[in-house]
Design a protein around this ligand. Structure first.
Ligand SMILES: NC(=O)c1ccc[n+]([C@@H]2O[C@H](COP(=O)([O-])OP(=O)(O)OC[C@H]3O[C@@H](n4cnc5c(N)ncnc54)[C@H](O)[C@@H]3O)[C@@H](O)[C@H]2O)c1
Ligand SMILES: [Zn+2]
Length: 346
């Protein structure tokens, strides 16, 4: 269940364990502990909840942090009927969801996304997991949260890069949904954010995602639409972790979208205007594309590792038009390198 909430302490009530003796755990990172936990703690039953805090940053979505969560739950009497509240961005909801899904073979968890990316994407849809051996989300499980409660008050303390990171997923949803939404999304005033309008756009995005996930919860078919931009995007993100300043997920995704739009144009005749509109939006808001031809081979190797692949072939989701998704598209190494050359030249 996904709730857009004006009053989080009232709205969380029905999801708390009925047995008042059952312990409640809140997982935060070092930032959400400061910016978001105080509001949650105003609820009488949460004021004394156990708080597990791990350092912020995606590099901590790892086995060490996961072990810490399991250890804490175990040491503090968590049972299958206890509740874990994941209060944070995608790092916390991914890892906390996985910790809950595996602890004693599964305890309930609620996600309260505190980043735009979390609200739009990570906290809903049931994908949980951690990074492992340098690969994003290498270990994980499908496990839906008992509830996802979204309150836009949390977005107000987010810095601009993290806001833009979430916004890239909104561009993705608009591209796979319809051209009116795409125009509305690309013209959203990011210099002067209207949080009410942003929440409204968030709702529309959640409906798009929920409809696709309901049709194909385990990503056997149409759910791959949600991976648009992510074959290149995950390769950019992973490589950035190995060679330079880590890129935020949405920054990798926006360049991934641009690349996969270009492939859609060359392979499926997507109108060129769509490619250029998103390219200009990316350049205006997300800076310059940060990779060079020296990294093409490494990027290609990473794409070969993508979870959507079957039998060693790289599997892309492409568009024949805005709102017209074509899954399981194959392409050549040459076409991938040509796409990167094109983006570098723009
Ligand atoms: N499960 C999925 O379907 C899915 C989908 C997309 C992304 N993801 C995952 O989500 C993660 C990225 O999520 P993210 O961008 O939310 O990252 P994040 O959780 O690391 O949060 C980004 C930064 O914002 C800080 N922060 C969080 N809430 C804040 C607030 N309200 N005010 C101020 N600062 C705040 C965090 O401490 C962190 O420094 C990645 O691990 C990615 O793989 C998962
Ligand atoms: Zn994403």
């Amino acid at each position: 269940m996904i709730l857009i909430s004006e009053n989080i302490t009232a709205d969380i009530d029905p999801f708390l364990p009925t047995n008042e003796q059952e312990p409640i755990f809140i997982l935060t990172d070092t930032n959400t502990e400061i910016y978001c936990l105080p509001l949650l703690k105003t609820h009488p039953r949460l004021s004394n909840a156990h708080v597990i805090t791990i350092p912020s940053g995606d590099e901590h979505k790892n086995l060490n942090s996961l072990t810490e969560v399991w250890h804490y739950l175990s040491d503090n009497g968590a049972t299958r009927h206890s509740l874990l509240i994941n209060l944070g961005g995608g790092m916390i909801t991914d890892m906390g969801g996985f910790a809950a899904a595996t602890f004693k073979r599964g305890m309930d968890f609620i996600n309260i996304p505190t980043t735009l990316l979390g609200a739009i994407d990570a906290a809903t849809g049931g994908k949980t997991g951690i990074n492992y051996l340098g690969f994003k989300n290498e270990i994980g499980a499908f496990a839906p949260a008992k509830a996802v409660i979204i309150n836009s008050r949390f977005f107000e303390t987010l810095d601009m890069p993290n806001l833009l990171s979430g916004f890239a997923e909104m561009v993705k949803h608009a591209l796979i949904a319809d051209s009116d939404l795409l125009q509305k999304t690309l013209s959203f005033d990011l210099d002067n954010i209207d949080y009410k309008a942003l929440l409204h756009l968030t709702k529309t995005n959640l409906d798009i995602k929920a409809k696709i996930v309901a049709e194909d919860p385990h990503e056997l078919g149409i759910r791959k639409a949600l991976n648009f931009g992510h074959t290149f995007g995950h390769a950019f993100e992973t490589l950035s972790y190995q060679t330079r300043e880590p890129m935020l997920h949405g920054y990798a995704v926006i360049w991934g979208l641009v690349c996969e739009l270009y492939l859609s144009y060359t392979q499926l005749h997507l109108p060129q205007k769509t490619v250029m509109d998103v390219l200009y939006f990316a350049k205006e808001n997300y800076g310059t594309f940060p990779f060079s031809c020296k990294q093409y081979d490494a990027l290609f190797e990473l794409m070969k590792h993508d979870k959507k692949n079957e039998a060693q072939e790289i599997n892309f989701t492409l568009l024949s038009d805005v709102g017209h998704v074509e899954i399981n598209q194959k392409t050549t190494k040459e076409a991938i390198f040509e796409t990167l050359d094109w983006l570098q030249s723009m």
